[in-house]
Write a protein that binds this ligand. Structure first.
Ligand code: NDP
Length: 482
């Protein structure tokens, strides 16, 4: 299952110029594999293969039920190979093996099955015209979709793009992140076995500036779906503008707040959920609940509970079955997170817990769960995504103050409210700038609910039938009955 070459037109092939790059496990810093370093020539080959398969119609014009069966089969194969896929994901990304086994692989498989089950139940419309016409409004695939994904959830985020795009009949070229390319290549192998025709799914590993940029600028790509950082998201908009004006959807970062009010039903339960919301995957989650805005009257009690929860997340070897806090994605990324904590200290914020590097596995990239408190809403640690196990606590005078602190960033991805009052919850949910608002819970989700944000968190939605909007266009067929 350890594939190292690019997957183009149904075959694993080396990069056109034969170059490779190392993918390193953050668990212990070891090189796992030398992987094909795709460049512009490889992206061009993949886009041509995708175009040819799309125009050929074997997938794009197939009965949706047939495409659905193939995607459901892919989900079954992923489930049959769960142990191997989970190991690939855990080693390449540093995720705890228990999460890779119970979350990453099952959720990605569920995503393929969900769109496979759904796609033959999506109907078109008949427009309300005069009696002398029959105007049909249907969805059709866009053509060639490029997907550029990050390293924090390699399988799940790839599935969020691939499953609706493929279900709708598009052909796809996927560029996984350089830090974690292996699970996407394993997925390609299973897709062939499931019956995805040659050219319909292509995977070109490589560097962002090379393969990613080439895909973003390729005139043969009709749509580019991106998840990652804000600056690179902006680059994709520029690439689109400077090439063929392709559609771009962006799922970018966040600085998601928990608003904990004095009447929160159970502060201990809130602290537990807040801990999971920031320490899960070492905080490398776009919608991680990285801020807590808490009313002063319950501040001390909540902070004490958070400190206890933080102590229960012990950084450990991701391959040990009980580990809940594994490695960060790379030493370089860890250095960046530590630098942001140091900067917060210099800015006058208090580090209440953690803040340092630890070494449960020599050579790996591990960090203590960290709690930071500040009253200055303008500090970089409050405003900027840290993408590590770092929670920032801010005290609020009352509900209005809490709301204004919660909304005081450039992001708009997710938020949570902890209160016993349904009216307060409903009112705040309307006013919080976030694509998802949880009430008395955090990170509850289903394939049936859309996920995405606004402002610096991007636009467009993954998951649910709404994601099909991103991979289809409406076609009006007007038939004269005169
Ligand atoms: P990036 O946005 O750089 O990477 C995401 C994807 O974009 C990767 O496939 C990457 O390729 C590609 N890419 C990078 N540069 C370019 C480019 N110039 N042109 C085209 N494609 C490019 O995220 P990072 O990995 O650098 O992480 C940096 C920060 O971004 C994190 O600390 C976090 O704050 C945020 N982030 C947010 C994520 C989210 O889920 N919203 C996910 C990951 C990061 P390659 O990796 O090969 O360079």
């Amino acid at each position: 299952m350890l594939r190292r070459e690019a997957f183009i037109d149904g075959r694993f092939v080396p990069a056109a110029d034969g170059r490779t790059f190392p993918t390193v496990s953050p668990r212990e810093g070891a090189v796992l594999a030398q992987v094909a370093r795709g460049g512009a020539a490889d992206v061009d080959r993949a886009v041509r293969a995708a175009r040819q398969s799309f125009e050929g119609g074997a997938w794009s014009l197939a009965d949706p039920a047939q495409r659905g069966r193939v995607l459901i089969r892919l989900a079954e194969l992923m489930t049959e190979r769960l142990s191997e896929l989970a190991l690939v994901e855990a080693r390449d990304s540093g995720h705890p093996i228990r999460d890779a086994r119970s979350v990453d692989v099952p959720n990605a498989a569920r995503c393929f099955a969900w769109y496979g089950e759904a796609i033959d139940k999506v109907y078109g419309e008949i427009a309300p015209t005069a009696a002398d016409a029959l105007a049909l409004v249907g969805r059709e695939p866009l053509g060639v979709v490029g997907a550029v994904v990050p390293w924090n959830y390699p399988l799940i985020i790839s599935a969020w793009k691939l499953a609706p795009a493929l279900a709708a009949g598009n052909s796809v070229v996927l560029k996984p992140a350089e830090q974690s390319p292996l699970s996407a290549l394993a997925l390609a192998e299973l897709a062939v076995q499931a019956g995805v025709p040659a050219g319909v799914l292509n995977v070109v590993p490589g560097y962002g500036e090379e393969a990613g940029q080439a895909l973003g600028r390729h005139p043969g790509v009709d749509k580019l779906a991106f998840t990652g950082s804000v600056p690179v998201g902006r680059l994709f908009q520029r690439y689109a503008g400077e090439s063929n004006g392709k559609e771009v959807s962006l799922e970018l970062g966040g600085k998601s707040p928990h608003v904990v009010l004095a009447d929160a039903p159970d502060l201990r339960a809130a602290a537990e959920a807040i801990g999971w919301g920031i320490f899960y995957n070492a905080g490398q989650t776009c919608h991680a609940g990285s801020r807590v805005v808490v009313e002063r009257s319950v501040h001390d009690e909540l902070v004490a509970a958070l400190a206890e929860v933080a102590r229960s997340f012990v950084p450990a070897d991701p391959l040990e079955p009980d580990t809940v806090l594994g490695a960060l994605i790379s030493d370089e990324h860890l250095q960046g997170v530590l630098a942001k904590v140091s900067r917060a200290r210099e800015d006058g914020a208090s580090v209440l817990a953690g803040g340092g590097r630890v070494s449960p596995v020599p050579g790996g990239a591990y960090m203590e769960p960290t709690l930071i408190e500040t009253d200055d809403p303008g500090l970089p640690v409050v405003q900027d995504e840290v993408f590590g196990p770092v929670l920032v606590i801010q005290a609020a005078d009352d509900v209005e103050h809490a709301l204004s602190l919660a909304n005081h960033t450039r992001y708009g991805l997710a938020a949570a409210i902890w209160t016993s009052d349904i009216t307060t919850a409903g009112r705040l949910a309307r006013r919080l700038r976030a694509g998802t608002v949880w009430v008395n819970t955090f990170d509850a989700a289903s394939m049936a609910t859309p996920f995405g944000g606004s402002r610096d968190s991007g636009h467009g939605r993954d998951r649910s039938l709404h994601a099909l909007d991103a991979y289809t266009q409406l076609k009006t067929t007007w038939i004269s009955l005169a």
